[in-house]
Design a protein around this ligand. Sequence first.
Ligand code: FAD
Length: 433
Amino acid sequence: MVEKFDAIVIGAGPSGNAATYTLAKQGLKVLQLERGEYPGAKNVQGGIMYAHELEKIIPDFRDDCPTERHIIEQRIWLLGDDNYIGTNYRSESYNSDTPNRYTIIRANIDKWWGERIRKVGGLQICETTVTELIRDASGKVIGVRTDREGGEIHADVVIMADGVNALLAKRSGFQGEAAPENVALAVKEILFIDPELIQQRFGIKEDEGVVIEIMGKVTKGMVGTAFLYTNKESLTIGIGCLISDFKEGDCTPYKMLEDLKNHPVIKPLIEGAEMKEYAAHMIPEGGFKAIPQLYGDGWMVVGDAAHFNNAAHREGSNLAMASGRMAAETVIALKEAGKPFVAGNLAAYKKALDDSFIIKDLKKYRELPGIMHANKQFFGAYPDEITQAAHNWFTVDSVDKRTKEVSIMKSFVKRRSVFGLVGDAIKLVRAMR
Ligand code: FAD
C-alpha cells in the first residue's frame, strides 16, 4: 500500500524548509525529501540571511540558530584596475537584540532547520532524489517517485522547492528551459582566517559583520557582481556572471575568482586566509518576466525553482522562505476548509505572492535584466570611466578643478557620446523604476 501524506515538499533549502516547518507546526502530515546526504550538503549561498522572513516562521530562531556575524555595515564598491569608489552604510542600531541580517554558512543553517522541523513533527528524509511527479488520469499531481526501491509516495499536494534547475517542473512540462541570459553562474570560496584579523581589517567587534557587494572591472565587462562577506572564523568571497556572457567570452568563473582575490584592493583583506571550501552554483536572475507557472492541480513551485530572486538587491533566501511559507499557508487554509487541491483553489498562493514584496519587487525591476543584458557598458565602460574620474578628481596635482571637470566630461563623452550618455541615463531609470 502506497503511503499518503497531506503534503510532500521536494528540497531542503530555505524555501522547502519554510514550507515543511509551517505545515508540520500546524499539525499536517508532511514529508520533506532531500537528495543531499544531509540538509545543506548540496547548497551554496553567499551568504547573507535576512532575519525578518525567518522570524515570521520561527520567532525564537535566535535562541539556537547557528548564524555567523550580525551585519552592521554594508559596503558597495565599484572596482577599477587598482582602485575602487564606493559607499558604506553602518548603523549601531543593527547591534540590537534583533539584528536584521546575518552572515551564514548554509550547511550549518540547513542542518539546524532539519532539527527544528523534526521538533514540530515534520519528517525529513535525506539521500532521496525525487525522480518524477506522479499524476492521475486527469493530469493532477498525486505524489512523487523517488530513487529508492518502491519509492512511490502519495500526497494531496506536492510543493517543488528543488532549486534553480527546477528539473521536476521541467520534466513534467510545467516550465520550459531557462534562457542562458536569465541564469547566472556563481563561484565562491570560504577562506579560513583568524577572527582577530577579520575584526582588525574590517573595523568590527566580535560577532559584528561587514558585507561588501562588488561591481566593476572584475567581471570583465560581463553582467555580474562579486561579494566578500565576514563570517566568524572565515571570509566568503565569490563572483557570478550570466551564463550567456560566459558562453560568449573566454574567461572561466574560476579565473575570474582568482583575479578578484588578487585585485590590489581585495588582496590585503584576505591575505593569510586559507581556502576551506570551493563551490559553484546557479542563480535565477531573469526577474519578473522569467517567472514560470506557479501552481496547478496538486502542485506548487517555490523559491529559486519559481525564479524568485531579486538580483538588484542580492536577495534570494528571503524570497525563498516567504514563498515557502505562503505555499504552506495556502495548503493549511484549503485543508481547514476541506477544499480540494486543484488549480482554482491553489491560485490563492499566487494571490498571496502578488500582494507581497516578492512580486511587487520583481515587478519594479522587470526591465532590469533585459536592459543590463543588452547594455554591457554598465559593466565595462562605466566602471572604467567612473573609477578613472574619481582618481583624476581626488589626485591633487595643481590642475585647477574646472579643467579637471572638463577633462572628466570629455572622457565620458568620448567613450559614450552625448546621446549615448543621455540614453544610458534613461535606460537606468527605466531599469530601476
Ligand atoms: P536551494 O537552496 O537551491 O535548495 C534546493 C534543494 O533541493 C537542495 O537542497 C537540493 O539538493 C534539493 N533538490 C534538488 N532537486 C531535488 C530532487 N529531485 N529531489 C530531492 N531534493 C532535491 N541569497 C540570499 O538571500 N543572500 C545571499 O547572500 C545569497 N548569496 C548567494 C550566493 C551564491 C553563490 C548563490 C549561488 C546564491 C546566493 N543566494 C543568496 C541565493 C539563495 O541561495 C537562493 O535564493 C536560495 O538558496 C533558494 O532557496 P531554495 O530553497 O529555493 O533552493
